[in-house]
Design a protein around this ligand. Structure first.
Ligand code: DUC
Ligand code: ZN
Ligand code: ZN
Ligand code: ZN
Length: 483
């Protein structure tokens, strides 16, 4: 059975042109004028684009004494409803747990996925066992390793551990990721705020100013340089962190920055002069920032110094958030966004003229597929690519409301946003997953996407050549010690 998407305008990361797109056996088999097939889907007035890829989600993740509320079923349903046809979730071993056991846990959780998915592996502790298992993780098709520089006392890794892991990544052709916040400073600031009686959700924002993020981003970049490995910085929320990335890229380093749709469109006023629940629902790390930081992130997407837009979807119910009444450090960190990332970015980016449609495709799909080494299977409208395709109607509109969302939580941080550019059709590997707002995808149809190591992008960034092969200096006349 073949399908043809007819009369639309194909929009990729580099081209915009009129063409029909033919799908068969889960793949794109033809692109051109006047194609025919067994089933036809009308894309008149619409844009035909690669499905969104969210490079950063936390589905059913054990975290801060609870589990994130959306699992692989509700999470991928939400993704598809908003035009995201693939998610990249973090496999998170407990400190001390085998990485391979953690993969088993994530394999079990993900059997009910409605869309394709892949994993990053988090390095939450360090040992010879972890060093050895990293090779097996890469053999399992996971070539990205995440490091938490914050969450002191639980997930945080120290600089020596991070350096060792980055070097291992370099040897394996893997890409390290960092959550860049200085965990020691965050812990110290949190204790001070609590001691002064500042225990409300706004304390969360005060405890993690842009400086802690800028410091950690700079540090991670320098450590990656010493380890001869590229670096991916997740949830870049501020100018200090963006500036470090810009500077590194200007020097020729492969450093990728990922802002979130939340940081691009919501600001720190959400924490102040609002009721406790409103503020706590928006507690995430890093916190929302001021408008100047938002402008910096938009500029980064425009100029290419920031590479992609994610959600860090890590949703908690109001009840879960209330665990932190009286102590903001106990509010589970995280917000949702899987269903909203594309429409909100379209509305605030493309419809305002800040981003071109091609840039939109690049930062929501193609750049991510390239950086994570799954292009052109994913992230492309090319013959032979997976038929993960969205047909976006620029005239369709809605008001975002929790009442109609797929996520299981009881609120939405974008509540009341008027958005345009909604999917008319969403296809995952050629199957119709969404038609208008009706979701047809079934749990269990999503597949794991294995990713190869990528030696080519992991070489020779560093000027610290002698660190890799130190020169031994032969000297005569060495003075006797202690004389
Ligand atoms: N930040 C969050 O807000 N939630 C999950 C993990 C993270 O780093
Ligand atoms: Zn993080
Ligand atoms: Zn409110
Ligand atoms: Zn995250």
């Amino acid at each position: 059975m073949s399908k043809v998407i007819k009369n639309g305008t194909v929009v990729t990361a580099d081209l915009t042109y009129k063409a029909d797109v033919k799908i068969e056996g889960g793949k794109i088999v033809g692109i051109g004028p006047n194609l025919s097939g067994d089933e036809t889907f009308d894309a008149t007035g619409c844009y035909v684009m690669p499905g969104g890829i969210d490079p950063h989600t936390h589905l059913e993740m054990p975290f801060m004494g609870t589990y994130s509320a959306d699992d692989f079923e509700s999470g991928t349903r939400a993704a598809l409803a908003g035009g995201t046809t693939m998610v990249v979730d973090f496999c998170l071993p407990n400190p001390g747990q085998s990485l391979l056991d953690a993969i088993k846990m994530w394999d079990n959780k993900s059997v009910k996925a409605c869309s394709d998915y892949t994993f990053h592996m988090a390095i939450t502790w360090w040992s010879e066992q972890v060093f050895n298992e990293m090779a097996e993780v890469v053999d399992r098709g996971i070539n990205t390793f995440k490091h938490f520089m914050a969450y002191k006392g639980s997930l945080m890794v120290n600089d020596d551990e991070m350096f060792a892991s980055f070097q291992r990544c370099s040897a394996l052709g893997a890409l390290p990721l960092v959550h860049a916040e200085n965990g020691d400073l965050v812990a110290a600031m949190s204790q001070k705020l609590l001691a002064e009686g500042n225990n409300g959700p706004e304390g969360h924002a005060y405890s993690r100013p842009p400086e802690v993020e800028g410091e950690a981003t700079n540090r991670a970049i320098m450590i990656a340089d010493m380890a001869n490995v590229p670096l991916y910085v997740v949830h870049v929320s501020c100018e200090q962190s963006h500036e470090a990335i810009r500077r590194a890229r200007q020097k020729g380093m492969r450093v990728y920055g990922e802002p979130l749709i939340q940081h691009l469109t919501l600001d720190e006023s959400e924490y102040f002069d609002k009721d406790w629940d409103h503020a706590a629902r928006r507690v995430m790390s890093p916190p929302f920032r001021s408008k100047q930081h938002q402008d910096s992130l938009w500029a980064g997407l425009q100029s290419g110094s920031l590479s992609c837009v994610a959600t860090d979807h890590c949703a908690f119910t109001t009840e879960q958030k209330r665990n932190g009444v009286g102590d903001f450090t106990k509010i589970p960190n995280g917000t949702g966004g899987l269903e909203d990332r594309l429409p909100v970015l379209w509305t605030k980016g493309v419809a305002t003229g800040r981003l071109t449609m091609n840039e939109f495709v690049a930062v929501t799909s193609t750049n991510i597929a390239k950086i994570l080494n799954m292009y052109p299977k994913k992230g492309a409208i090319l013959v032979g690519s997976d038929a993960d395709i969205i047909v976006i109607d620029p005239k369709a509109s809605k008001t975002i409301t929790a009442k109609k969302q797929q996520s299981v939580i009881d609120y939405n941080v974008f509540e009341g946003f008027e958005v345009t550019g909604l999917p008319r059709f969403v296809f995952t590997r050629g199957e119709l997953a969404v038609q208008e707002s009706e979701i047809k995808a079934k749990p269990g149809t999503g597949e794991f996407v294995a990713r190869e190591p990528n030696g080519a992008v992991n070489r020779a960034l560093s000027t610290w050549k002698e660190l890799v092969a130190p020169r031994k200096i032969e000297r005569s006349g060495i003075p006797a010690s202690g004389v």
